[in-house]
Design a protein around this ligand. Structure first.
Ligand SMILES: NC(=O)c1ccc[n+]([C@@H]2O[C@H](COP(=O)([O-])OP(=O)(O)OC[C@H]3O[C@@H](n4cnc5c(N)ncnc54)[C@H](O)[C@@H]3O)[C@@H](O)[C@H]2O)c1
Ligand SMILES: O=P(O)(O)OC[C@H](O)CO
Length: 385
């Protein structure tokens, strides 16, 4: 019988390369150097730092990658007076965004964006989505022509022409192909090597997806490729709106059944919205880690949920910006801006009635409705889909 989904390659299937010191390898790194891939990570927040750690553990083991992983850091001065980049390079820890976790000595923090990417043919983008337009503008003409990109960013932009996924922004601005990696991935849990899964969405070349799978996979981080960039990326993006709704439910002590209902309705709106935007989106994508699994983890343990809970407990009297700054110390929420961006698309296309949960979350975030409206306005009208 044909499998319902693409088969998950096991760790041993995906990591078929000989390790550096295997007896059948030629010990001449310089001679092979030109054929090796160089990785740069653009971003160094909570997930960015964990992604760099995962990648760095693999570039040390796999022959086809240079050991060094260059990580662009948005420079800031810490309370101790030292630059964040200097602290990372001295201690091998990101003291602000991932304290207590060694990244690997082959992770080199670099505050110079152009310098960080100039030699890399594998570019990993992992910043909050609101900064990506500016970052892309700075990188036009500065990346290798043969570079491949992957976006770990959960978010979208809305332009005059309509919605623009972050992978599309990267592809169009930089003229390079861009895959995506999304999943049920609370960074702090992966940092301490708790078992997780993730999904790589790729466009057409399976070998590109396999390269990303090799770069990210570890025995505790299992990565599955699916040929559905838009579906995977929309899952990662839209689940943040559902997480905000789940936080409202928690803040109002509505209980587990209500939260499960919100997750179900949210997933249904995610599927319907994704398919209306891109008819190519596959149903099976929503059963991968990037889909239902991310909805669950984000509604149980994510930052969007946590700050939305505080917002509801305060009856909406303290703004998300204020709560985010106080509770996350520099880390950024994606759900509030994504709710606004999706609301713009819904209004513009006349779809507000079709997506009561998405629309209501935005209206609560901006203070037009009380947090309790999350259930009052979420009766699903999606029978068309
Ligand atoms: N943290 C997680 O558990 C997690 C898991 C999966 C996916 N993601 C996604 O990964 C992306 C990045 O999130 P994160 O958790 O790594 O970041 P974060 O929220 O922990 O950190 C914020 C980052 O933004 C940077 N920054 C602040 N101002 C900036 C500016 N003007 N220009 C550029 N950068 C600036 C900070 O230096 C910091 O690196 C997001 O889309 C998020 O949804 C996060
Ligand atoms: O902490 P959040 O809410 O940004 O969610 C983190 C990840 O996206 C969960 O997969």
């Amino acid at each position: 019988m044909a499998p319902a989904f693409e088969q998950v390659p096991t760790d041993t299937e995906t990591q078929t390369e000989a390790p550096h010191n295997a007896s059948n390898t030629v010990n001449n790194d310089d001679a092979q150097a030109d054929h090796k891939s160089r990785v740069a990570v653009v971003g160094s927040g909570n997930w960015g730092s964990v992604a760099a750690k995962l990648i760095a553990s693999n570039t040390l083991k796999l022959n086809s990658f240079h050991d060094e992983v260059r990580m662009w850091v948005f420079e800031e001065t810490l309370q101790c007076g030292e630059k964040l980049t200097d602290v990372i390079n001295r201690t091998n820890e990101n003291a602000k965004y991932l304290p207590g976790i060694k990244l690997g000595k082959n992770v080199i923090a670099d505050p110079d964006l152009e310098n960080a990417v100039k030699d890399a043919n594998l570019l990993v983008f992992v910043t909050p989505h609101q900064f990506m337009e500016g970052i892309c503008k700075r990188l036009v003409g500065k990346v290798r022509e043969d570079a491949e990109a992957i976006s770990l960013i959960k978010g979208m932009e809305v332009k005059m022409e309509g919605p623009c996924m972050i992978s599309t922004l990267i592809s169009e601005q930089l003229g390079i192909n861009c895959s995506v990696l999304m999943g049920a991935n609370i960074a702090n849990e992966i940092a301490v090597e708790k078992f997780s899964e993730a999904t790589v969405g790729y466009r057409d070349k399976r070998e590109i997806a396999e390269q990303w799978v090799r770069l990210f996979s570890t025995p505790y981080f299992i990565v599955t490729p699916v040929q559905d960039v838009e579906g995977v990326e929309l899952c990662g993006t839209l689940k943040n709106i559902v997480a905000i709704a789940a936080g409202f439910v928690d803040g109002l002590d509505m209980g587990n059944n209500t939260k499960a209902a919100i997750m179900r309705i949210g997933l249904r709106e995610m599927i319907a919205f994704s398919k209306l935007l891109f008819s190519s989106v596959r149903d099976s994508t929503f059963f991968e880690s990037c889909g239902v699994a991310d909805v669950i983890t984000t509604c149980l343990g994510g930052r969007n949920r946590k700050v939305a809970e505080a917002f509801a407990k305060n009856g909406g009297r303290r703004s998300f910006d204020e709560l985010e700054a106080e509770m996350l110390q520099g880390q950024k929420l994606q759900g509030v801006s994504t709710a606004r961006e999706v609301y713009e698309v819904l209004s513009h296309r006349g779809w507000l009635e079709l997506f009561p949960l998405f629309a209501t979350v935005h209206e609560i975030c901006v203070g037009h409705l009380a947090p309790s409206a999350v259930v009052e306005h979420s009766e699903t009208k999606l029978s068309l889909f």
